[in-house]
Structure formats: C-alpha cells, structure tokens
Design a protein around this ligand. Structure first.
Ligand SMILES: *Cc1c(COP(=O)(O)O)cnc(C)c1O
Length: 394
C-alpha cells in the first residue's frame, strides 16, 4: 500500500526508555492517513476477502486492530513477548485460573485483593482445582508449602493493602525448581514501576482499571508473558470465553498510556510528601509505604522496582476514628480502587476487602482500623492540608 510509517524497529525505539516507548511504539496498524493517535476500530466484524479466505481480522472477539495495538504497547512495557487485554482484572485472573489443569493446585499469597480471594475460594471449588494460601513474603514458608500438585503460585508485591514486599527473584527460582509457574498480580506497581517477568515470573497480571487507566473511567485487565505456550492458551481462553477488552476501552487505555510516566512520576512524588506528613502526624500509629526508608521491605523493594507507587496505608488504633478520618477528608474521596488521578481514601476492611471470606480473615487478620490512601494529581500541599484537617477533627 506504500504506507510509510516509522516502525519501532526502524527507529531503534527498543533502546529507548519506557516513557518514550509509550509514545513511540509499533502499533502494527498500516494506516493510510498516518494518524498520530491509534485509530479506533469500533466494529464487531471485518469483511472477508472471499468465502473461504480470511484477512488478518474477522471478528472482534477473536481480534481487533485497536486491541492489538494496545497489547503490543503493554507487552513492550512489561518486557514480555505478548500481552492479552481482558474485560477486567478479574477476567484476566480467571484466565490464569483456567491454565491450571484439573487435579492440580494454586498456591496463593495471603494478603491479596478481596475479589481474588472470592474468585479463588468460590469459583475454583466448582472446578477440580485446589487453592491454598500462604505468606508469600516468607520464601522459606512458601517453598515448604509447594507440593508436586502445585501448578501456579499467585501473589502480589507489594501486597494490598498492607504493602508487604516479597522477594520475587528468590521466589521465582524456588518455584521453578518445583516446575510450577509464578504469576504476579502487579496492579499496585504497574509495569512502569515493576516488571515481574524481568525478575523471573512467568506471568504478569494487571488490573488496568488502576494506574494504567488512571482516570477511573474504564475496567480492564492484562496478562503478559514470554512463554509461547501460555500465551497461546491465554488467547484461546480469551476468544472461547469472550473476555477480551472491547475496542473503545482499548482505545481509551492507549490514550491513558501516553501520560503514564507523567502521572505516575508526579503521583509518586506527592505520595512521598503525604507519607512524610503522616509519619509524624498525631494519631497515626503505623504507616505502611515501601517508599519510606523505615518500611521493613524498603531495601528489597528498591532492588526489584523503579518506584514505590502512589498507595499507602496507616493504622490509627481505633476503627471508629479511622472511619471518621475517611469521612472527614474533602479532596480524598471515599471510594474503592487506586492509581487514579483523583485521590481516594478507603477503609479496606469494610470496602475493597469486604469480599474476603470470614474464615480467611481469622487466619490472616486485616487490621480493621487500616486506612488506605491512593494519591492523585492534586497539589500535594492541598492533600496534606486535607488530611491534617480530617485527622484533627477525627
Ligand atoms: C482491582 C484489582 C483487581 C481486580 O481488577 P478489576 O479490574 O477490578 O476486575 C485484581 N487485583 C488487584 C490487585 C486489584 O487491585
């Protein structure tokens, strides 16, 4: 067609840093008009060249150029061979569960997103897959818990909402010795700050609803991998179950990725300002932020990531006081989720983690006075003033 677009290969873009690659990546689209923004292919079907001939795309459930462009950008960001975009983080997690054959087992961390506990507890019990939970931040305990039936280890680091840090390199090695796969739910960090595959993981998962989108305007999920067999099975599941991300959401996410480095850099800097304020604030008992030198996982986190992110949590010693703080802020809105340009405040026990089954909560108690903050793009001085006022009034 004679379309001349500079591809990543031609420009040598793979040597560039993530912030640059997010803007200059090979979308795979041959656009005759050479639009700078990736076109939105809002279509369900594609005309075939003939009755028994197929083009590159035929039906959006199986593939769509806008989604492909997004998946290329996401794979590049994660340092993966391929990425698969799903309709939600939970759909992405479900696709991971589907990788585990009947009769085998998932070993999962014990400080996980509430919806993950629900999925692993309720959905897998109807399939013939067992699930056990273990403290993944204790490598010896995790290694001792691996059994010959363990096929997949699923964990988060830093964990949510307690922000404990797991040694991903060491865990990957020990899990591989047992012939199992390591999957890291990396929603808290995003691949901009941490790339689990570089540390040895087989699968890196994201709720794209969080930092990747950053605008609280879409639900999406991603799984990245460099294992061709896992990739093929994920694509198969995505098509068979119809769980792929819709074209418009893929386009919105492509738009969000352009500002990822600007957003996350600024949000993280503001989180440090907020953490510095909270560390000495009256009535704040324990601060959990891996960016703080006093955090027990601080040094380890530094060796496996490029930043500490924009989420922190703290305890007050009194659940009622914590609830009053959550209700007392004006800029920090009371909402679940994190990673948005708008700051939010929540009580995980009552909100994002309320779906954790009662039995599990007794085994691994989440402090009921825990307050979680996600720091957005507001001026950090205003955020500190907002918190300061809410703490004083609570
Ligand atoms: C939000 C979240 C999920 C679920 O993602 P959805 O996009 O809401 O389906 C999974 N894991 C973590 C760590 C999350 O924060």
């Amino acid at each position: 067609m004679g379309v001349k677009t500079k591809t990543t290969r031609e420009t040598g873009a793979s040597q560039w840093k993530a912030a640059t690659r997010l803007l200059h990546f090979d979308s795979g689209i041959q656009d005759p008009y050479r639009a700078l923004s990736v076109p939105l292919y809002q279509t369900a079907t594609f005309e075939q060249p003939g009755a028994t001939e197929w083009g590159e795309y035929d039906y959006t459930r199986s593939g769509n150029p806008t989604r492909t462009a997004l998946e290329r950008a996401l794979a590049d960001l994660d340092g993966a061979a391929t990425a698969h975009a799903f309709a939600s983080g939970m759909a992405a997690l479900t696709a991971l569960v589907r990788l585990v054959p009947d009769g085998e087992e998932i070993l999962a961390g014990d400080d996980l997103y509430g919806g993950t506990f629900r999925l692993l507890g309720k959905v897998t019990e109807r399939h013939n897959v067992d699930v056990r939970h273990v403290d993944a931040c204790d490598p010896d305990r995790l290694a001792a818990s691996l059994s010959p039936r363990t096929r997949l280890v699923l964990l988060e680091s830093p964990t949510n909402p307690l922000l404990k840090v797991c040694d991903l390199r060491q865990l990957a090695e020990r899990i591989h010795e047992h012939g199992a796969w390591l999957a890291v739910d990396n929603s808290m960090m995003s691949p901009y700050f941490q790339r689990p595959l570089d540390l040895g993981a087989d699968l890196a998962l994201q709720s794209a609803t969080k930092a990747l989108s950053g605008h609280s305007d879409l639900i999406g999920g991603v799984v990245a991998t460099s294992d061709p067999e896992l990739s093929e099975r994920l694509a198969w599941t995505q098509n068979a179950e119809g769980t792929a991300l819709a074209p418009f959401e893929a386009w919105l996410l492509l738009r969000s990725l352009k500002t990822l480095s600007a957003r996350l850099g600024r949000q993280e800097a503001s989180t440090h300002v907020v953490a510095d304020f909270l560390r000495d604030a009256p009535g704040v008992r324990r601060l959990h932020y891996p960016g703080s030198p006093s955090h027990p996982g601080h040094e380890l986190h530094r060796t496996q990531s490029d930043g500490a992110g924009s989420v922190l949590s703290f305890e007050t010693g009194c659940p009622e006081r914590s609830a009053r703080i959550v209700e007392g802020t004006r800029l920090f809105r009371t909402a679940v989720s994190f990673g948005s340009v708008m700051s939010v405040i929540s009580l995980p026990c009552a909100m994002s983690h309320a779906s954790i089954p009662e039995g599990r909560r007794q085994e691994s108690p989440l402090p009921d006075d825990l307050v979680r903050l996600s720091v957005g793009l507001e001026d950090p001085d205003d955020l500190v003033e907002d918190l300061s006022r809410a703490l004083a009034r609570a």
